[in-house]
Design a protein. Structure first.
Length: 428
């Protein structure tokens, strides 16, 4: 099949909501490390890794070998049988996770992981209200879509009851029009009134991403989680930390994003990078919280032996290569380069990121901060022409997101940044 036929059949036989990037979507046929190859012969550096999921690099040899060996030996058991793979994965996750997180429920996606976390919080506390963040993203199930605070994703307006959205800790576009630090982190303090006025006073949980990923890599002020989680805990609520994008070294220097903020979660969710591209998600909780789920539940594929082989191999390589330290070191190179681009181009309103997740928020005018979604598309298309695949994000579609595989070679990183510079030079 040629690329044109693939694109035509995609339009004909998939739901139209399965949207692709680019005017002419890239049909990827094979990939290794940071390089992907398209059906029409083009080669690209992948600076988005399948939405922060190809954490080590495409077809990383240790992961490929582990999957191949496992699939030849035992492909599936369901959760009705324990396996060595699933307990090794769960024990490793308990060791790497912050605080007292200990027991895991494996799922096949981040949406299911958030769904599991919210159900667990409701079961444990006996309360049913959940506080989520504006500009947050939780996935595509009915509940996850309701937790998500982007109108374009909220395709069923009524949603699931009992979910309240707190103002986002979005300093570049402060919802209170204030400036950090003289704002005294008003967005976190606001949870007090949010709970008092929009809930029964006893929420089950506060669910938040340490860095709002789909929201455009929005980084809260450093005191945010201590204040916000403190208020929620005072009212008997739990803290669910969504590490689907920020987990496994991505933020640099730490295994999980929340560790930069000095707060330990009661429940944490993960997916994406944990298995370098295989469909694995999970919810890890403090033991006493996990133990309160005594009713029945099954995930047919959750903890599947092949998925767990991929997870164990990915985590082994991450530990061997000290991925958090590597992400921190390479992130400095990206920051310097992006700061240089901001000096040169007035359409770059904000540069933000940590480790190996970086964003450029594009604006028509630095003073008015009018979002420049059209320019984002121009940068994306120009970068593609120069052989660089980027990500997009932000409620206004005006944020370029970058999150390469964390084993990216330094030469490839420099090459990718050069291609990004050329793309920015071509923006009108
Ligand atoms: N939480 C966050 C923070 C995410 O970024 C995503 C996916 N973009 C999800 C949950 C949902 O994950 P999935 O697409 O695997 O269901």
């Amino acid at each position: 099949m040629d690329a044109k036929t693939v694109r035509a059949k995609h339009g004909e036989f998939l739901f139209p909501c399965v949207a692709n990037y680019y005017e002419e979507p890239v049909v990827i046929t094979r990939a290794e490390g940071t390089r992907v190859h398209a059906l029409d012969g083009a080669e690209y550096l992948d600076f988005f890794g399948g939405i922060l999921t190809v954490s080590l690099g495409h077809c990383q040899p240790d992961v490929v070998e582990a999957i191949s060996n496992q699939v030849r030996t035992l492909g599936h058991t369901s959760t009705l049988y324990p396996t060595e793979n699933v307990v090794v994965a769960a024990e490793t996750l308990a060791r790497l996770s912050p605080g007292e997180l200990k027991k895991t429920f494996f799922t096949n996606s981040g949406s299911e992981a958030d769904e599991t976390a919210v159900m667990l919080a409701k079961i444990h506390t006996g309360s049913s209200e959940i506080i989520a963040l504006r500009h947050g993203y939780s996935g595509r199930t009915h509940l996850a879509v309701t937790l998500t605070a982007h109108s374009n994703y909220r395709v069923i307006p009524t949603g699931v009851p009992g979910i309240k959205h707190a103002p986002a800790p979005y300093c570049y576009r402060c919802p209170f029009g204030l400036e950090y630090p003289s704002c005294e982190v008003r967005c976190a303090q606001d949870l007090q009134e949010l709970i008092d006025t929009t809930t029964s006073g006893q929420p089950a949980a506060f669910l938040a991403e340490p860095i709002l990923g789909v929201g455009g890599f929005i980084i809260p002020p450093k005191e945010y989680f201590q204040i916000a989680v403190g208020i929620v805990r005072e009212r008997g609520g739990l803290f669910i930390c969504d590490e689907v994008q920020t987990g496994f070294g991505r933020t640099g220097g730490k295994w999980f994003g929340i560790e930069h903020f000095g707060v330990d979660p009661d429940i944490m969710t993960f997916a994406k990078g944990v298995a370098n591209g295989m469909p694995v998600g999970g919810t890890i909780a403090k033991a006493d919280i996990a133990d309160s789920w005594t009713g029945a539940t099954i995930s047919t594929f959750g903890g599947n032996p092949v998925a767990m082989a991929a997870t164990n191999a990915t985590l082994r390589v991450m530990e061997r290569e000290n991925i958090p330290a590597r992400a921190e070191r390479l992130g400095k190179t990206i920051r310097d380069h992006l700061d240089g681009l901001k000096d040169k181009h007035s359409f770059i309103g904000d540069v933000r990121g940590m480790g190996l997740m970086w964003a450029l928020e594009l604006v028509e005018d630095r003073k008015t901060k009018e979002p420049a979604a059209g320019k984002t598309n121009q940068v994306m298309e120009a970068a593609k022409k120069h052989g660089l695949l980027l990500g997009k994000g932000g409620r206004y579609g005006n944020t370029i997101r970058m999150a390469p595989p964390m084993l990216i070679a330094e030469t490839e990183l420099s090459e990718a940044l050069e291609r990004l510079s050329k793309a920015c030079d071509e923006v009108r």
